[in-house]
Design a protein around this ligand. Structure first.
Ligand SMILES: *Cc1c(COP(=O)(O)O)cnc(C)c1O
Length: 386
């Protein structure tokens, strides 16, 4: 601004002076650009620059570049939640008349969106089961099936998908594959040529339980379609939230490593406890997909699901409330340990005949292990188990 001196006070207040940094003088930690708008330089094409933060924002872009690097993908888009990432992928890659194949072992809101919302747009689905992948090829409808979507490990009971097999069938038929890798974390499964990777950053990515966010990653050309639609769906991430996630990511590997170590100890403790009926943790040798998990994953994660005997508590919720250090709530991957009843939280939309087969009943719980001392957590569980 050339002549500030002559401006009135309201003009001055609405155009504050900003400190100029000399070239090369830069903050070591990036500032958070909360500005909704940027004024472009006349010397460059407008649309190569930041203009409006729903479309692109430097803080979000830094996070996207970090995430793409971590996931070994060409590009990444951050959005307002994990669910916004999932619905964004489905709505951008599918159109009326298409067919999607997915599995009943899905995070409940994803299952409900595919099963109950997509048909409104004339997008049909097949709901298979991850433990019967041999049905996959027969479910492909030539010319109609556009996408196979799966989770691994699944929420809440940590089934493992055979990713190599899914990719083989999909490639053979020219079908795209999207994977929700939230339960594995961002650093895993990068070796697989999955077309679209989806994560809830609310979980391990941010890791501190104070942000809701999600991301979508993949090849540049495919991400262009996803990004364009993101623009019209309006599910962009708030830059303040992006800044918190960027900070959370600095300790991502340290947190993940420690949480996995403690989770393994707890899974082992639970599997030996006489009042625990069943433990679901891919790191345990008796997990039905232990070998597959070892082949696909470097770390087994912080989530341990298990079933208590009816003599322990009237139901899963009562058991959760009887813990003192571990609180009953939603979410996983946070620095504090949290627990929830799985049927009440994730299974009520399923037919009763299917719930038991998926390990969800009145006595099943999902525990997400935080950064507390392992001995304290084990003592808390031991006391509540009686
Ligand atoms: C939590 C979760 C989501 C949804 O993420 P939000 O950030 O809560 O919207 C999606 N998939 C899985 C596997 C999850 O655990």
């Amino acid at each position: 601004m050339k002549n500030r001196k002559n401006l009135g006070i309201n003009s001055k207040l609405n155009h504050p002076e900003t400190p100029e940094l000399v070239q090369g003088n830069r903050p070591l930690i990036s500032p958070i650009y909360h500005s909704a708008k940027f004024t472009p330089s006349e010397d460059h094409p407008y649309w190569d620059q930041f203009m409006y933060s729903r479309v692109a924002n430097p803080t979000n872009r830094e996070l996207e570049m970090t995430l793409a690097e971590l996931q070994k993908r060409e590009d990444c888009l951050v959005v307002a939640s994990g669910i916004a990432a999932l619905t964004g992928v489905f709505l951008s890659l599918l159109k009326s008349g298409d067919h999607i194949i997915t599995f009943r072992e899905l995070y409940k809101p994803s299952r409900i969106f595919i099963r109950d919302y997509l048909p409104r747009y004339n997008i049909e689905h097949s709901l298979l089961t991850l433990t019967q992948l041999k049905d996959l090829e027969a479910a492909i409808i030539p010319g109609k099936t556009k996408l196979i979507h799966f989770e691994s490990p699944t929420n809440p009971n940590l089934e493992i998908a055979d990713i190599e097999y899914i990719l083989k069938i999909a490639k053979k038929h020219g079908v795209l594959v999207s994977m929700d890798g939230t339960f594995a974390g961002l650093h895993q499964h990068t070796q697989f040529d999955v077309d679209i990777m989806i994560h809830s950053l609310t979980k391990y990515g941010n890791g501190h339980g104070d942000v809701i966010a999600g991301c979508i990653s993949g090849r540049k050309e495919l991400m262009k379609t996803v990004r364009d639609v993101g623009l019209y769906l309006g599910a962009h991430l708030d830059p303040q939230a992006a800044g918190l996630i960027q900070r959370g990511l600095k300790t991502y590997m340290l947190r993940y490593e420690r949480q996995t170590q403690t989770a393994a100890k707890i899974a082992h403790f639970l599997s030996q406890h006489p009042r625990v009926k069943k433990v679901y943790y891919p790191g345990l040798e008796n997990h039905r997909h232990h070998e597959l998990a070892k082949k696909q994953m470097s770390d087994m994660g912080a989530v341990v699901s298990f079933e208590i005997l009816p003599e322990v508590a009237a139901n899963a919720a009562k058991f959760c409330h009887s813990l003192e250090l571990i609180f009953l709530t939603a979410s996983v991957g946070s620095t504090e340990s949290i627990i929830c009843p799985t049927l009440m939280f994730f299974g009520t939309d399923l037919p009763e005949s299917e719930r038991e087969g998926m390990g969800m009943n009145a006595y099943s719980v999902r525990l997400s292990v935080g950064l507390e001392d392992a001995d304290d957590l084990i003592e808390d569980l031991n006391k509540a188990l009686g």
